[in-house]
Design a protein around this ligand. Structure first.
Ligand code: ADP
Ligand code: MG
Length: 329
């Protein structure tokens, strides 16, 4: 298989039978009717040892916490409140029971923040690696799920936090090893990689404002996620380089390196989305009231593609974040 997106397209059913289905393949999570009050939101993500993590960059506790966080982030990108999780563990013999228990402690640590319950799973063995598959279930007020396909020309593009930190942290871990000596700034970046915080509260606010919002979470870098928004909504996106927030922990990096991490890094799990220009100040007010961050980084136009605007120059940003069947870069 060469391209993950092409593969998904090829296996997507042309037709579905269940009348309760609201949104199937094509967004961060699927949505179907639950009760009169709520729609159910569900998604699954897998973390594979040697592909998504290595034992020398994450502790078992962090592996568990991150496996749940990446799933919860997809719920956040739908505006949903997480409620349940189900875990399949496929482990090789060299994983000790205590280590696997620590993986679960990591998941529990994050689950507690949202009062999520572990309600099932599966346990099997593999020849050599740990494969952790987590399904999460959430809910959102009926008809209020937030999608990727609702951006319109005239919208502003926003982001709910700093992107690029996780990729910078991973490079530091590769460079110095997990027990290396890190400055305070570097520790912050390493932590952003090891224990990312999903933006559930931000997703909930965006869902509850009642204004039209489009939304995606940043798992594969801002370039890839902005392209997903643009493609799903059939619009063009301009991102203004001057407005991209950069964590001061990255201030010693060159401008080029900062932008490389922001656009082509990944695993930051902040949210990127769009809202009508005149609604932005209202949304910003809600975020301020909750002590949360949101900032404008661009505009939506008609057309297609994602472009970076820098000193009146436009550069196309390709959808080349971390795609599992293509080399990065
Ligand atoms: P995300 O990065 O938000 O987790 P993905 O890019 O992994 O989303 O997936 C995009 C869409 O394709 C989602 O709706 C997901 O459920 C669906 N999808 C991905 N892989 C498969 C698969 N193997 N079979 C069916 N649907 C899939
Ligand atoms: Mg996602």
């Amino acid at each position: 298989m060469k391209d993950e997106f092409e593969f998904i397209e090829s296996i997507t059913p042309r037709q579905t039978d269940q009348a309760s289905l609201v949104k199937g393949i094509g967004d961060d999570a699927a949505v179907y009717r639950g009760s009169d009050e709520y729609d159910e939101v569900i998604c699954v993500d897998t973390m594979v040892e040697g592909v998504h993590f290595r034992r020398d960059t994450l502790t078992p506790f962090q592996i568990g916490k991150k496996a749940l966080a990446i799933n919860v982030s997809d719920l956040a990108a739908m505006g949903a409140q997480p409620i349940y999780y189900i875990v399949s563990v496929a482990a090789s013999a060299d994983w000790k029971q205590e280590e696997l228990e620590d993986v679960y402690k990591g998941m529990f640590d994050l689950a507690q923040e949202y009062k999520m319950d572990l309600i099932g799973g599966d346990t099997v063995s593999t020849p050599d690696t740990l494969v952790l598959t987590v399904t999460v279930i959430g809910r959102v007020e009926r008809n209020r799920a937030v999608y990727r396909h609702t951006a319109k020309p005239g919208d502003v593009v926003f982001i709910t936090g700093y992107a690029g930190r996780s990729a910078a942290g991973l490079d530091l871990l590769f460079e110095k090893g997990v027990n290396g000596s890190f400055s305070l700034e570097e520790q912050k970046l390493v932590k952003a990689h090891q224990e990312p915080q999903p933006h559930v509260k931000a997703g909930r606010i965006l869902c509850q404002t009642g204004v039209r919002v489009s939304l995606n979470d940043v798992s594969d870098g801002v370039a890839s996620e902005a392209n997903e928004l643009a493609e799903a909504s059939n619009v063009r996106i301009h991102i203004d380089a001057r407005h991209i927030p950069i964590d001061e922990a990255m201030s010693s990096y060159s401008r080029e390196q900062q932008l490389e991490y922001v656009f082509f890094g990944g695993e930051d799990f902040v949210l990127i989305g769009t809202v009508k220009e005149e609604d932005f100040s209202k949304v910003e007010e809600f975020f301020k009231e909750e002590g949360l961050f949101i900032t404008k980084i661009g505009h939506v136009l008609s057309g297609e593609g994602v472009y970076l605007k820098e000193e009146n120059q436009l550069t196309r940003l390709e959808k080349k974040g971390y795609n599992h069947f293509q080399k990065r870069g």
